[in-house]
Design a protein around this ligand. Structure first.
Ligand code: IVH
Length: 672
């Protein structure tokens, strides 16, 4: 290609990619399948590698910079970044409305209502439509230069669309969605990295990174809610129309934006937002009302650092103060010890909170939570309440630092912590009654042995009274013994015995799952069953042989191997078989090695109702043929199997251009 042709192609690719980015990230409506997008992106990358002199900062390939910064540079805001005055209740809100009406001599006022995003304010400077500088609010006059990090945020365009002005400063909030926040914290809990107290801290911590590569791994979002310097100046009359214009330039604005007239409509909006608050994908700490008319805004002006034409109506906080009454240890099915803070009951966001998770001992030490401490507790939506921080200044006396017990609080066995793990575990295994109880509860659960009438309370009684010590014991307890337990009559005992008897005819996969081997879930159990066909073969398999099974990695292989090397486990299995537990021979559909399997490298998603098999069956079949099976449709999905009443996954697959198979087509595929 001649030089200019290459240049033209590069521009064309950038233009197309930029448009697709906008449709994908901002409008949430992709126009081409991801594979097509990837093709364009790779072509651009290749042309840029071959022609490095043609790389520009606004190229979509250049979001993540290579070299970390030494420190943040300062940025002066030509127009200061203001804050908002607050209204704490409806009375203060009415006062605000009354004041502005009086000043403007109006009866009712039109406001733009929008959520008050709980993140951090930034200002983005676009010159000739290209993102040149991004700065935090700082003290309002001077902020920090975070351009390198802002560039990694996919919802922020590097180049604006549709003829932007020569100079445009956009203001808005960088935030992290609740989902991303939960995921980041889960990852960090596993790797022992810092746990963020809330999405705002996570967003702030991610944006204030010297290395943009770190920020690029943290999914941040952005919405605009204002402008700074604009040249040439905008001729708009309302704030609402400015936001619509920003949207035309490809910038994200809030989906919850609305114009409201008069105080009643303000209160309506607020009611709706607080009602939805827990279900919103991001956190809000209030709603913001801004007078829509820019002429009125100018007329009212500012007092100190906040405009007279806007107000933030705060919603009740999701963080409150309370006391730690005790720190208890819970023992899970696999022996993991989880510390839990017992709290002085306190109401947060309409719910009374009495417990909060403390994750693990590293986390307790990091926060230095001690019994008797005054703590900030936070609850947001479905998220389990958490201790955010200790008010150390309120600690009186010298309560000792909390330490994990060296013995299991339930069975007294030694507690061990493997190298590199933050989780401490009771080594008592199935001798620990806490683990026994949960092992039995798992064993009888619906997807395992499916034994009706053996609920948690009864399991607890059976174990505490010494009737049941192992999984096998549940089949040897007599009718009289069951009937002797509190709240058990002869009738319930009879029903239970019938259910126990019925459960004895089972399948190998259900039995394997019921044994509760660490990380052997339902699907893995089914694959193991169809791979080995017989329990003895599985029991005797080496770690290497286990790893040959589709979807079984070294960790799971080791867990299985170790499980079958414990004499205790073998005894329990033998006893269970003696009690009459049995299953039919399994037809072996041995999983093939990755390369030779017919569906190797293909990813399937299954949705809707299938008529010839359950989704779980379909999954096991696919895995056996070397396919990957995922829960969500993405650009990596090769096929979506859509049964009856398929919903949003089908829509998404269609939007992304993923191949869709009906159940019949899928069955055909299996025969080939
Ligand atoms: S407007 C001139 N709108 O709240 C007014 N701020 O307390 C400038 N915030 O620093 C801000 N959502 O970080 C505005 N929809 C919204 C907002 C919002 C969140 C934050 C922003 C600002 C702080 C002011």
């Amino acid at each position: 290609m001649p030089h200019t042709k290459i240049e033209q192609r590069i521009y064309e690719l950038r233009r197309q990619i930029q448009l697709h980015n906008h449709h994908y990230y901002v409008l949430d409506a992709p126009q081409i399948p991801d594979a097509e997008y990837d093709k364009l992106f790779r072509e651009l990358e290749q042309l840029e590698v071959e022609n490095p002199h043609l790389i520009t900062a606004d190229s979509p390939t250049q979001r993540v910079g290579a070299t970390p910064l030494q420190e943040f540079a300062e940025v002066m805001h030509t127009i200061p970044m203001l804050s908002l005055n607050n209204a704490l209740d409806s009375h203060e809100m009415e006062e605000f409305d009354r004041r502005v009406r009086e000043r403007l001599a109006l009866d009712t006022i039109e406001y733009v209502a929008e959520p008050k995003m709980d993140g951090l304010a930034v200002s983005l400077r676009y010159e000739d439509g290209v993102l040149m500088k991004a700065a935090t609010r700082g003290d309002g006059t001077t902020g920090e230069d975070v351009t390198h990090n802002i560039r990694t945020i996919k919802t922020i365009p590097l180049r604006l669309l549709n003829n932007p002005p020569q100079l445009l400063e956009v203001r808005g909030e960088v935030f992290m969605t609740k989902d991303s926040f939960t995921k980041i914290n889960q990852q960090h809990a596993e790797t022992g990295e810092r746990i963020f107290a809330n999405p705002r801290n996570a967003a702030a911590g991610s944006l204030r990174q010297l290395d943009a590569k770190v920020t690029a791994t943290r999914p941040l979002s952005f919405v605009c809610y204002g402008v700074g310097v604009i040249e040439p100046r905008f001729e708009y009359e309302t704030y609402y129309s400015i936001l619509q214009q920003l949207k035309q330039y490809g910038l994200p604005i809030s989906q919850y934006l609305q114009t409201v007239v008069g105080i009643e409509e303000c209160e309506d909006y607020q009611r709706r937002m607080s009602e939805q608050r827990d279900r919103l994908p991001f956190e809000i700490d209030g709603v913001v009302y801004k007078i829509n008319s820019l002429a009125y805004q100018n007329q009212l002006g500012f007092v100190s650092r906040a405009p007279r034409w806007a107000i933030a109506y705060k919603l009740p906080p999701q963080e409150v103060l309370t006391q730690v009454v005790a720190i208890d240890i819970q023992v899970g099915r696999t022996g993991a010890l989880t510390p839990v803070a017992r709290l002085e009951p306190v109401a947060v966001g309409g719910v009374t909170v009495t417990n909060a998770t403390l994750h693990n001992i590293d986390e307790i030490h990091r926060k230095d939570v001690r019994v008797g401490d005054t703590v900030i507790v936070r609850r947001a939506g479905d998220v389990i309440p958490e201790v955010v921080r200790v008010l150390v200044e309120r600690r009186n006396g010298d309560t000792p630092q909390f330490e994990m017990p060296s013995e299991c609080p339930i069975c007294g066995s030694a507690v061990a912590r493997e190298d590199g793990e933050s989780v401490a575990r009771c080594t008592g295994g199935l001798f620990c009654s806490a683990q026994q109880k949960q092992a039995v509860a798992h064993f009888v659960s619906r997807k395992a042995m499916n034994i009706d009438g053996l609920g948690d309370k009864l399991i607890e009684q059976a174990i505490d009274s010494g009737l049941v010590k192992t999984l096998a014991d549940i089949y040897s307890v007599t009718r009289e013994q069951w009937a002797s337990l509190p709240r058990m009559g002869e009738k319930s005992a009879d029903n239970l015995l019938r259910a126990l008897d019925k459960s004895k005819a089972t399948t190998l996969d259900k039995f394997l799952y019921a044994l509760g081997i660490r990380e052997v879930g339902e699907t893995t159990a089914r694959i193991l069953a169809t791979h080995f066909g017989q329990l003895e073969k599985l029991q005797n398999a080496t770690v290497e042989e286990l790893q040959e099974v589709q979807d079984v990695g070294i960790v799971v292989a080791n867990n299985i191997y170790t499980f079958f090397r414990q004499l205790h486990n073998l005894e329990v299995i033998a006893q269970l078989q003696q009690s009459g537990l049995q299953w039919q021979e399994v037809e072996i559909t041995a999983t093939k090695t990755a390369e030779s399997a017919p569906f190797a490298g293909q990813t399937f998603v299954i949705t809707g109702t299938l008529h010839n098999m359950t989704r779980e069956d379909a999954k096991v079949k696919l895995l056996a043929l070397g396919a990957k099976v995922s829960d969500s449709v993405s650009k990596k999905t090769s096929y979506l199997i859509a049964g009856e009443k398929a919903g949003s996954k089908l829509d998404k697959a269609q939007a992304l251009g993923v191949k869709i198979l009906s159940e019949e087509e899928f069955l055909q595929l299996l025969i080939v």
